[in-house]
Structure formats: structure tokens, C-alpha cells
Design a protein around this ligand. Structure first.
Ligand SMILES: NC(=O)c1ccc[n+]([C@@H]2O[C@H](COP(=O)([O-])OP(=O)(O)OC[C@H]3O[C@@H](n4cnc5c(N)ncnc54)[C@H](OP(=O)(O)O)[C@@H]3O)[C@@H](O)[C@H]2O)c1
Length: 180
């Protein structure tokens, strides 16, 4: 089973505002997200799940939470990344796509085989900005594709779609996860 991560970030790796929500509205990026997430198992933190509630159609969200009694309205919960990976694997999923937010990206990065990044041409600064982890230090990635799009009438910011595949061996597929 492949583990991928999908995220949109600015030049400072900002992905969200402290109070929640993303700092931009970019339909091109939303369409990319929809197309990659279609039909997949999606791992996300409870905060991101609550923001996306009502969005899911044919996806299977796995919601990371510490709360023992949390019941997501769709999908299921997990209490660790390892539990989520195991659940998706046991479901027969070909891919588990990590959808954020920052805390889950940080926990899942050591497992990620591929990154689907949207590099947004902005450098905003918010109080308590939520930031994607440093994915370039200590890990080598091969660029599978890189596509640049100018800003246009619908998308107020230019962006680059980047698809990376891990070259260095994944540092953390511990224990039973070696089997996956
Ligand atoms: N630009 C993008 O691509 C993108 C994508 C996704 C999200 N975002 C943004 O990111 C922000 C949210 O990120 P965030 O980091 O604040 O929140 P988050 O990762 O979405 O969710 C945090 C929650 O996940 C649970 N959690 C975290 N670590 C855990 C662990 N080790 N074990 C069990 N549960 C754990 C906890 O839930 P409980 O409190 O229930 O225990 C925690 O409160 C929002 O602004 C959102 O819009 C941006």
C-alpha cells in the first residue's frame, strides 16, 4: 500500500491559519485535490476533518484523535498513524492519502512514499500560522512532475503542482508496517 501526502503551501510552507482554514481560495488546487482524493482512504486530523465535514462523497476518512469516544459522522477514527495505516491496509486500500493538517503531516511524513504538493506563490504571515513540516532536510525526493500555472481570473495566485517520490528509504515503517 502506497502512503502519499497531499498539501498546498506557500513559500514559507504555511498551510493554514491559526484559527483554522486555508489562506487562499484556488479552484485549480481544489480540483486537483478532488481528483487525487477520489475514492481513496484519507488520513486527517480531527480539526481538518471538522473543517471538511460534508465534503466527502466516495472517500473513506480516517480521523486521528486522542478522544476515546469520538465518532466521525463519516469514516472512522484512529488514535495513531500506525493504527490508521493498518486499518487502511486491512481494508485492501491501494493507497492511504494523508490530507493534513500540520500535526498529521508531521507525524506521517516519515512514512510517506510520495508527496503531491501545490506550491502557492504567496508568502503570507498570520498569527499562529500552521506550517507543513520541512520535507527537504534528511530526505531525498525524485521529481515525477512539476507544472507551473500563472494566476488567472479564477485563481488569484500562481501555483506549481509538484509530484515527488521518496528516494531515500522510508525511515519509519516500523514493526508490522514492514509487511505493507
Ligand atoms: N493547505 C493545506 O493543504 C491544508 C490541508 C489540511 C489542513 N490545512 C489546515 O491545517 C490546519 C489544521 O491543522 P492542525 O495541525 O491544527 O490540526 P489537524 O492536524 O487537522 O488536527 C489536529 C487534531 O488531530 C488529533 N491528533 C493530532 N496528533 C495526534 C496523535 N498523535 N494521536 C491522536 N490524535 C492526534 C487531535 O485531535 P483531538 O483534539 O480530537 O484529540 C488534534 O487536535 C487548518 O488551518 C486547516 O485548514 C491545510
Amino acid at each position: 500500500m502506497k502512503i502519499s501526502m497531499i498539501a498546498a503551501m506557500d513559500r514559507n510552507r504555511v498551510i493554514g491559519k491559526g484559527e483554522g482554514g486555508v489562506p487562499w481560495h484556488l479552484p485549480r488546487d481544489v480540483a486537483r485535490f478532488r481528483s487525487f482524493a477520489d475514492g481513496k482512504h484519507l488520513l486527517m486530523g480531527r480539526r481538518t476533518f471538522e473543517e471538511m465535514k460534508g465534503w466527502f462523497t466516495n472517500q473513506t476518512p480516517i480521523v486521528l484523535t486522542h478522544q476515546p469516544d469520538y465518532r466521525p459522522v463519516v469514516g472512522r477514527r484512529a488514535h495513531s498513524v500506525e493504527e490508521a495505516v493498518t486499518e487502511a491496509f486491512e481494508d485492501g486500500a491501494a493507497e492511504l492519502m494523508v490530507c493534513g493538517g500540520a500535526s498529521v503531516y508531521t507525524l506521517a511524513l516519515p512514512y510517506a512514499d510520495e508527496l503531491l504538493l501545490t506550491l502557492v506563490d504567496a508568502a503570507d504571515s498570520f498569527e499562529n500560522s500552521v506550517v507543513f513540516p520541512d520535507y527537504l532536510t534528511d530526505v531525498e525526493w525524485e521529481t515525477l512532475s512539476e507544472d507551473y500555472f500563472d494566476a488567472d481570473e479564477e485563481n488569484s495566485l500562481a501555483m506549481t503542482f509538484l509530484h515527488l517520490r521518496r528516494l531515500s528509504p522510508s525511515s519509519l515503517r516500523p514493526g508490522r508496517l514492514h509487511l505493507i
